[in-house]
Design a protein around this ligand. Structure first.
Ligand code: ATP
Length: 363
């Protein structure tokens, strides 16, 4: 991501309090123009609150929010160049699909014929032209969601806010809509701010992700950064599956950290900012970055016994009871079965890490 990109939304030290309760604790982040940006976190972490503050439905208790350089606190929602797609679609049941999409345009002062023409173009964009004369109840959930999208895109907002827009759809439709949304974002060039608690959805769709927990920003980065270089325990645990080991950091030299487990077993990995020698921290290792062998391969090999193999279609997950530390999961892709060994339950074996697989966590 280039540093000279235009910033669409700049959230500067924004705090949101409801009475004594602090829903957002001093959040600062910048969202670029033409970016697919996702706010990701568990229920209650403050994602919707931040979205509603950007939309103007909630005021900002402290701090500021800028939209393309302008402070927007005093602008009411309908004067912001921002539109929102809600989870429940909120379509008008008595209006046709075409009128639903055109309604907001007329409210914004367009003539009936202009509104109808633009609504027609928007229905074409979401491939629903043939349903223009129907009522919302005559469409499937996925089609209704696309109408809601067309309606929100019709006034050409600079920023589109999407609050869990796919959560009411079944898995297959959800996956199809994920691709469609990403495609729409690319085609329109509008900045999308997408809220979800589904980490897989966030990884699939986003240019960048802000991971939030308990009103705080935990990490901001591209999907690969967040997945491969989680900063702390929360992010490592929340995004994908991971193995966590408690280690003591003995020494840091030339960007490498020499660590040991409880029983003295030594492991080496990359040093990270915020973890110094002498600290006791956790290490995260993704299951697919591990492999098994009958003999120890190098210093990092961990001895254990296989508890179980779980076949999950594309991979096999092997649960290993280590001599030291918690059980580990080792994931072997089906396509790798020719090169990598799988051991039967009860077998003695060693777990080895690919180079750079272990990640020290701040916390
Ligand atoms: P979800 O995924 O469940 O929608 P979220 O991350 O979007 O969750 P928010 O809706 O932003 O969470 O809520 C953040 C916190 O603020 C929650 O603890 C919620 O109970 C609280 N909260 C939200 N709105 C209000 C309100 N009007 N008054 C008091 N507390 C509120």
């Amino acid at each position: 991501m280039k540093a000279d990109r235009t910033i669409a939304i700049d959230v500067c030290n924004a705090v949101k309090r409801y009475g004594d309760f602090t829903a957002l604790k001093t959040i600062s982040l910048s969202i670029y123009d033409n970016e697919f940006f996702t706010l990701l976190g568990p229920s209650g972490c403050g994602k919707t609150t931040l979205l509603r503050m950007i939309a103007g439905f909630e005021d900002v208790t402290e701090g500021e929010i800028f939209l393309y350089g302008d402070e927007i606190e005093t602008l009411p929602p309908h004067q912001r160049p921002v539109n929102t797609v809600f989870q429940n679609y909120a379509l008008f049941p008595h209006m046709t699909i075409l009128d639903n999409v055109g309604f907001g345009l007329e409210m914004r002062g367009k003539s009936k014929s202009e509104a109808r023409q633009r609504a027609g173009e928007m229905l074409e964009l979401v491939q629903l032209s043939q349903f223009a004369a129907r009522k919302p109840s005559q469409l499937s959930g996925g089609q209704q969601q696309r109408v809601a999208l067309a309606r929100a895109l019709a006034p050409q907002p600079k920023v589109l806010l999407l609050d869990e827009p796919l959560s009411a759809l079944d898995l297959k439709l959800r996956k199809a809509m994920q691709l469609e949304l990403k495609h729409l974002q690319r085609e329109t060039g509008i900045t999308f701010i997408f809220v979800t608690h589904d980490q897989e959805e966030a990884l699939t769709m986003s240019d960048r992700i802000a991971v939030m927990s308990a009103g705080e920003l935990q990490q901001l980065g591209a999907p690969t950064d967040i997945y491969e270089r989680p900063r702390n325990m929360f992010v490592a645990d929340f995004i994908g599956e991971t193995n966590l080991l408690e280690v003591s950091v003995d020494q840091i030299t030339d960007g490498r950290a020499i660590c040991h487990l409880g029983g003295g077993h030594e492991l080496t990995c990359n040093a990270v900012e915020g973890v110094g020698a002498g600290s006791r921290v956790h290490m995260s290792i993704r299951p697919e970055r591990l492999y098994m062998s009958g003999e120890p391969e190098k210093d990092g090999s961990l001895h254990g016994r296989v508890k179980e193999n779980i076949f999950v279609g594309t991979d096999i997950s092997t649960i290993v009871a280590l001599d030291e530390g918690p059980d580990f999961i080792v994931r072997t892709s089906n396509s790798d079965r020719g090169n990598k060994r799988i051991f039967e339950p009860g077998a003695d074996m060693f777990v080895n890490m690919e180079l750079g697989a272990a990640r020290l966590l701040v916390d």
